[in-house]
Design a protein around this ligand. Structure first.
Ligand code: SF4
Length: 242
């Protein structure tokens, strides 16, 4: 099976398993997604959703957040880590949206990357979810699982994105990335993948035992939990520490 065939099979299998590939971050306006993505660095989506609920209730418009005292933003987002940097980025970013982009979130990779705190992962998410452009969001789940599938051979996010762009059907890549996250949380969990219950097993290089599968180099924890019971024999990938 070629890499493109393997990728196409993974796309199809995940489509069947997760028909609704929603973004885990709550938002109503594009700028709110941009803020939520900025907050999500080293923070769970669930925590971000709690924080943004309060933030967007207190500052319900882009103009309001741009005018908010940075110290006030810090107070609201304090529980998500790196809050000082994130608050500064949110304040500067929202001001730039108003002064340089007419109050709109830009729709190009280049313009998005010019915003403070926005990297390729965030930019891809915006381009895919807001503008429906072909996008590959290389987060920790995506890099880990597509490595196990044998679609990529790197843990570098930029290289991973380029390798996935070369093999994924790009009209389905954005949804595929959302589904990979859902799958990484439900089945292919970093330290205890449930391979026996995994729809991706037929196209997983790790599971099928290929020597070419990418195996994460991170050290396994000393007392890693055993995979959940299953009728199918399950190999165990090394722990992911991205
Ligand atoms: S078969 Fe196992 S290692 Fe492969 S994607 Fe599924 S859960 Fe992960």
């Amino acid at each position: 099976m070629t890499k493109k065939q393997r990728a196409a099979m993974a796309v199809e299998l995940l489509e069947q398993a997760y028909p609704d590939p929603v973004c885990a971050l709550d938002y109503e306006q594009p700028y709110q997604l941009l803020i939520a993505v900025r907050l999500s660095a080293q923070c769970t989506d669930a925590r971000v959703n709690i924080i943004t609920r309060e933030l967007f209730a207190k500052y319900p418009t882009l103009e309001a957040i741009a005018a908010a005292p940075v110290a006030d933003i810090e107070d609201i987002i304090r529980s998500c880590g790196l809050y000082k940097t994130k608050a500064r980025d949110i304040s500067t970013m929202t001001k730039l949206l108003l002064t340089q982009h007419g109050g709109r979130v830009p729709d190009t990779m280049e313009a998005l990357l010019d915003l403070p705190g926005v990297g390729r992962k965030s930019a891809n998410l915006i381009l895919g979810d807001i503008y429906g452009q072909p996008a590959v969001v290389c987060d920790t789940h995506c890099i880990r699982i597509t490595g196990l599938l044998g679609l990529i051979d790197t843990k570098d996010p930029y290289k991973a994105e380029m390798q996935l762009r070369a093999c994924l059907p790009m009209d389905k890549a954005n949804d595929f990335c959302h589904r990979i996250v859902l799958h990484g949380r439900a089945v292919c969990i970093a330290r205890r993948p449930d391979c026996g219950a995994c729809v991706l097993a037929p196209c997983c290089k790790f599971f099928t035992g290929s020597q070419n599968a990418t195996k994460p180099k991170a050290k396994a924890p000393a007392k890693a939990k055993a995979p959940a019971k299953s009728k199918t024999a399950k190999p165990r990938p090394a722990a992911d520490t991205l």
